[in-house]
Design a binder for this molecule. Structure first.
Ligand code: GAF
Length: 382
């Protein structure tokens, strides 16, 4: 059954009525610019054709009653008034509760609703299943209460929910591209000004995601540690963020830093340079240069930022052998497991699938999943 049909069936079963409204927000894959967003730097992600969908109808009271297909149709409810307590037995709903809290804290009154949620973004794979749920929830809650707030603000509200309510100190990339992605394009996002530029994915090139299915361990604590390490170097240089340091500045004062701090910072400042170049060469169809930049990015997150795992490095090696100089491959997302992204000519996709099928499990004991994606539009009413 198609995902929307499943959602309608869940809604009818739970609430005994037809849903009136539908909203969607996509997951994302980051082509390049990793762990640069919270350093006020540059990122180049695209929204993908995997998404969260919400079906909803308004209620006459101020209660939000919500169910999720991925959690056996578990139902949870709360009043749309501050404070909203986190749920201990329906923890998935804390994304919804966090977004409602952030909206109410901005002084936006929210009308009650019945809501059902479904999605096909793999959870915990680094493809932003939580960010798209946050953005989709924000869109549904505001549109149903006649608040016409911008997609950019919805992204900021989603990030606030994740930072304050869920406790992951993430940057703005995931929510922003889920809210504002454009079909056929990646988004160059300046994470300081929040200015964006649409960057065309070249004709004939395909975005392929390979999920290592390696369980991501310690990801939140390691993520927050990396962020603190970056902030400490920025403080040492007496600048607001690593965005304000060039590669030359870092090299000139390298001896003032301990070795790990230096490598963390070197990843970030060199990644910004690579990301800006990628935004120039990709729309020109220069997959060869794009491949070099993605390869350098992967080495940098592996050796300097130390957020890859052997399974991920294995996939990168397998795919690199298949595509050679005709595209790029690197780990994508927060790290410590998750996914690899390849930007490759369409005619390499079958060979990538075959190489992964014949080598990955033998080398790691895990089976990978492969998603051939289209760069998609951001959040919308359906
Ligand atoms: C996670 C975070 F949520 C993003 O903000 C970003 O920092 C990313 O990791 C790494 O680039 O997805």
């Amino acid at each position: 059954m198609e995902m929307k049909q499943q959602l309608i069936a869940l809604f009818e079963k739970t609430f005994g009525e037809q849903p009136g409204l539908f909203f969607q927000a996509p997951g994302r894959v980051n082509l390049i610019g990793e762990h640069t967003d919270y350093n006020d730097g540059f990122v180049l992600p695209c929204a993908i054709d995997y998404q969260a969908i919400i079906a909803a109808t308004p209620r006459d009271d101020h209660k939000l009653v919500v169910t999720a297909a991925a959690f056996d149709g578990q139902v949870t409810e709360f009043e749309l008034a501050l404070p909203i307590e986190p749920s201990e037995n329906a923890t998935w709903s804390n994304y919804v509760r966090g977004v409602a809290t952030a909206l109410l804290e901005r002084g936006l009154a929210l009308k009650g609703a019945n809501m059902a949620i479904i999605g096909n973004v793999p959870q915990g794979a680094g493809l932003s299943s939580s960010a798209c749920l946050e953005v989709c929830t924000g869109l549904a809650l505001t549109r149903m209460s006649d608040h016409d707030i911008s997609l950019k603000d919805l992204a900021l509200i989603g990030q606030e929910a994740e930072n304050k309510y869920v406790g992951v100190n993430c940057g703005i990339m995931d929510q922003m591209v889920s809210a504002r992605g454009e079909e056929g394009h990646a988004m160059l996002l300046d994470c300081r000004s929040l200015d964006t530029r649409s960057i065309a994915i070249p004709q004939g090139a395909t975005v392929v995601i390979i999920n290592s299915n390696k369980k991501r361990g310690l990801v939140d604590s390691e993520y927050n540690t990396r962020r603190q390490q970056c902030e400490a170097v920025a403080k040492h240089f007496e600048v607001k963020a690593l965005r304000d340091i060039t590669v030359e500045m870092l090299e000139a004062r390298k001896d003032e830093l301990d070795e790990v701090a230096y490598r963390r910072a070197r990843h970030v400042v060199t990644e910004d340079v690579r990301t800006l170049e990628a935004a120039e060469v990709m729309p020109q169809g220069n997959l060869k240069r794009m491949g070099e930049l993605m390869a350098a990015s992967h080495i940098s997150i592996r050796d300097d930022f130390e957020i890859t795992v052997p399974e991920i490095d294995t996939i990168v090696d397998i795919v690199k052998d298949v595509i050679g100089a005709e595209g790029g491959v690197r780990m994508t997302g927060g790290g410590f497991g998750g996914c690899v992204v390849a930007l490759t000519p369409e005619n390499k996709v079958e060979a990538i699938k075959e190489a992964i099928a014949s080598q990955y499990e033998t080398r790691t004991g895990l089976a990978a999943d492969i998603y051939v994606c289209k760069a998609s539009q951001g959040a919308s009413a359906l």
